[in-house]
Design a protein around this ligand. Sequence first.
Ligand code: DGT
Ligand code: CA
Ligand code: CA
Ligand code: ZN
Length: 589
Amino acid sequence: MATNQDCATAFSQIADLLEITGANGFKVNAYRKAARSCENEPKELGKLAREAPAELRAIEGIGESTAAKIVEFVQTGQIAELQALRLKVPAGLPLLLSLQGIGPKTVKLLWDLAHVTNIDELRASIENGSLATIPRMGEKAVANLREAVAAHDASGSQPIRFRLGEALPIADAVVEHLRTARGTVRVAFAGSARRGRDTVGDLDILVSSDDPTAASTAFLSFPGIKKVLANGATKCAVQLNSGIQVDLRIVKDDAFGAAMVYFTGSKDHNIGLRERAIARGLRLNEYGIFQIAKDPKDDSERPPIASKSEDSIYEALDLPVWPPELRELNGADLTKPPPRLIEQSDIRAELHTHTTASDGNLTIEELVRLAKSRGFHTIAITDHSRASAQANGLTVERLLRHIDAIREVEARVGGIRVLAGSEVDILADGRLDYDDETLEKLDVVVASPHTALRQAPEVATRRLLCAIRHPLVHILGHPTGRIIQGREGLSPDMEALCNAAMESRTALEINCHWSRLDLRDTHVRVATQIGCMIAIDCDIHSADDADNLRYGIATARRGGVVAADCVNTWNESKLHGWLASKRGSPRSM
Ligand code: DGT
Ligand code: CA
Ligand code: CA
Ligand code: ZN
């Protein structure tokens, strides 16, 4: 079945091939836009194509022709235009697009003028010098291509992406390493890592320095480098033992802000900024914003209007400063002020944790002390229910004794509210794993799917709606059950879930573990647009898990969550008021 990602991939392949074959730019852009729309679309395109194809056209970026192609793809598994385009170009040519920094324009140039049709021919034409004789192929362009081929040879052809929780600690370590180097002024990471994407292709580190050689030497002394891919005056790239590539850019401190904007991306956001600049008679690049010279022959260096800080770049374009996590939305109106997004310091409660009673490795007391050390006013203990046998889920009898133990620790430790809860399995048919009489005894109920994660979307939607509407459930835990790079999980109708969650005042969880990040960013966006409540929880099994909060916060920010949307930011009385509203008689203090 064609997933949204499959549709997106097909459209961007069409766009690439059209561009390589010299098609009209409008057509190319229409397919690129359609690809991004498919990727960001929370509804299932396959389902729409089958059940309500007319609705496809209502999606921003999907027109008559692209809508028809989605239907064709869903019905036949193929798109005739894509097949036809593939026949028009040599088979090895599209693979050149997988080289870093090589777009369809370059591929077209290589094919038209250098008669390069695959990577081997490209490598040969660089080495024998024939490429350098082609018009429009400057020394720098050839050097970039050489670097790209070398990177391809080093990493193999399969681009691997790293999960946010694997990549960010490395980014932090590289930044820290460079901070202490001689001559470095400002150091930061940019790219998709800064935008908080759930996976990143490579890390992009930026450093400003008066002494570029010292900066690159320091970078190349970072421990764990497997291979140096590039080593230039302003640009280095390495591959670490873990396989991740780290790009370093060295800039003058005056240009740090402009470079941060450029290398944070996303590419789409950069394009939006650049169009805005052009419309105002300005030029924007990684060095700054410049006035365009009136006389085209006047190419004297002028100082930029803005370049030192990111804020100054946005100000010069008369735009609000966009948080990195939102520099992604295609078709977003850049002039519309973005919301004041939630921050990690807004979090004051953790509502999803496991102790040694089920599959955690902390005791109740250790968890409570951990939460106190974070300054939280509330922590919920939510061990697994009995159906999660592999996780040592609690029988009703064990649960009742566990509640007593939780009350005892709360009284003994003091200074923090400790909630007796459960992470109750949502069974395949939507029933919960404990009966209502048992659930009523709990202060907080997180209901989560753990099994039957390959259900058809309609079945999954019905199942999760049961849990959301259950009057004793507070939070829907990791709603889709996806594991990034592990399993797809459920694909429920997110809009239906969010509408029901809104009505029943049930919160939808963003599970902070970097292998889950579930809800994912696009789902969170649907939730915030509908206005439903979000829980951001670490699903703590061991002390380290509490540090995953930053990944959940990044995902929340990408979805446009503001503090008030998130129950974990509420003060004690508001949070406990909501929890008690789903119980007949609130527990007396
Ligand atoms: P990744 O590494 O695949 O997860 O995604 P990014 O966004 O980190 O992409 P990367 O590492 O290729 O480039 C970092 C940023 O540099 C990117 O977000 C925007 C900027 N950039 C790179 N290439 C281009 C380009 O051709 N045009 C524009 N406007 N910006 C670019
Ligand atoms: Ca990157
Ligand atoms: Ca990069
Ligand atoms: Zn769970």
